[in-house]
Design a protein around this ligand. Structure first.
Ligand SMILES: [Zn+2]
Length: 159
């Protein structure tokens, strides 16, 4: 699946696009070791042809497998853009490339996903980070060792 839209198909009426875009095709180019993208981006869009532009509106969602930047706990979250809109001009200086009557929504989706991409994932906003491990067991251990010595001595006495 790709997000290429044939303008001829838009001439009579708008289109509704619903599907998934593979991560490889989305190609966000982020190299963040705390965030992994394993599932495709899901889109649900209405596309219409205005007289000199294509307008796409709808929602985009991308599942993120994250590791908390403070406590390293793994958690899942979703980058979701509801009410997303892209305006692709077909005329003028900003006009988008048209190939075989098709325009590609992918660069617009990519740009907005990147703009909203978490900079430092946290499992919760007030994550306190890694807990320091209490030094439990140290005094306990010494006591056991001592009583073990005494019981060894008791054994000796019995002989
Ligand atoms: Zn955390």
């Amino acid at each position: 699946m790709s997000l290429k839209i044939n303008l001829r198909h838009l001439e009579d009426h708008g289109l509704h696009l619903k599907g998934e875009l593979p991560v490889a095709e989305l190609d966000l180019g982020v190299n963040d070791e705390l965030i992994h993208l394993e599932k495709p981006l899901r889109y649900d869009l209405s596309v219409e042809l205005l007289h000199d532009a294509v307008l796409a509106t709808g929602s985009l969602a991308l599942a993120l497998d994250c590791e908390c930047g403070r406590c390293l706990k793994k958690f899942k979250t979703e980058l979701k853009l509801t009410g997303w809109a892209a305006h692709l001009p077909l005329e003028g200086e900003e006009k988008v490339p048209v190939e075989n009557d098709c325009v590609d929504l992918t660069p617009f989706v990519r740009e907005d996903m990147l703009l909203n991409f978490p900079q430092r994932p946290l499992c919760k906003p007030d994550c306190a980070g890694l807990k320091k491990k209490a030094k439990a067991g140290e005094t306990e251990g010494r006591k056991t060792a001592k009583s073990a010595v005494w019981s060894e001595l008791d054994k000796l006495k019995l002989k």
